[in-house]
Write a protein that binds this ligand. Structure first.
Ligand code: PGA
Length: 249
């Protein structure tokens, strides 16, 4: 059985006091045991969030990681640094990283490797932009992102991989993919993995949907057989909304 996951991506939001307030509210709510709850605050809040939620079933994860193990990369944070403070997973390939920080598929693949070398897990984001969808290129874009970012992995590595399908046109726009669009692409992703590897490996990979997930649309998205949860941006900043999305899964 693959895992059901709801992950919060706070992006560049919430200072320490705001993070603290959110966490104390979240901890009054005990998520159902079959949903994994992940939360990605900014680097500055990682250690505090980790310490605060030590005895609570939420995993604190990073929004990014640098692809090199260490060295002269001013302003960057390595996988081993994250690991040393109890963070065992990072989001990579987010469309904002791809768009504003030139994170290419090649860099994504390097980030995958450095995380696995450190025995860490990852959420790899993939997604097409509006122009690509309108030109009917969305399937080939996704296939390439999978191929270039992840298909060098060995079968055994895949237990550390979660995929987030995030159509760029749906991120922060309020324009969610329809449940049919989400299911169609999630099934395509699973098939593509299955073609490259095998059915049973593909059946084990959790594929999250991301892009304007809200309490109002979460339940319908989650009824799709290939949607195993969500990566939530805007709606994860409000604790009640985040909890409602967890409860919808
Ligand atoms: P959104 O962001 O929920 O605000 O659309 C999702 C994401 O970028 O991960």
């Amino acid at each position: 059985m693959r895992k059901k996951i709801v992950a919060a991506n706070w992006k560049m939001n919430k200072d320490l006091a705001e993070a603290n307030e959110f966490l104390s509210n979240l901890m009054q709510f005990v998520p159902s045991t079959d949903v994994e709850v992940l939360l990605a605050p900014s680097y500055t809040n990682l250690w505090h969030a980790y310490e605060t939620t030590r005895d609570f079933p939420v995993e604190i994860i990073a929004q990014n990681v640098h692809e090199k193990p260490s060295g002269a990369y001013t302003g960057e944070v390595s996988a081993s640094m994250l690991k040393s403070i109890g963070v065992n997973r990072a989001i990579i390939g987010h469309s904002e990283r791809r768009q504003f920080f030139n994170e290419t598929d090649e860099i994504v693949a390097q980030k995958v490797n450095i995380l696995l070398q450190n025995d860490m897990k990852l959420i790899c984001c993939i997604g097409e932009n509006l122009q690509e969808r309108n030109a009917n290129k969305h399937f080939s874009v996704i296939k390439n992102q999978l191929k270039n970012g992840l298909f060098h992995l060995h079968d055994s590595d895949w237990s550390s991989v979660v995929i987030a399908y995030e159509p760029v046109w749906a991120i922060g726009t309020g324009q969610t993919a329809t449940p049919e669009q989400a299911q169609e692409m999630h099934a395509f992703i699973r098939n593509t993995i299955s073609e490259h590897y095998n059915d049973s490996l593909a059946a084990q990979v959790s594929i999250l949907y991301g892009g304007s997930v809200k309490p109002q649309n979460a339940e319908t998205l989650f009824t799709n057989p290939d949607v195993d949860g969500a990566l939530v941006g805007g709606a994860s900043l409000e604790v009640n909304h985040f909890i409602e999305i967890i409860q919808a899964l």
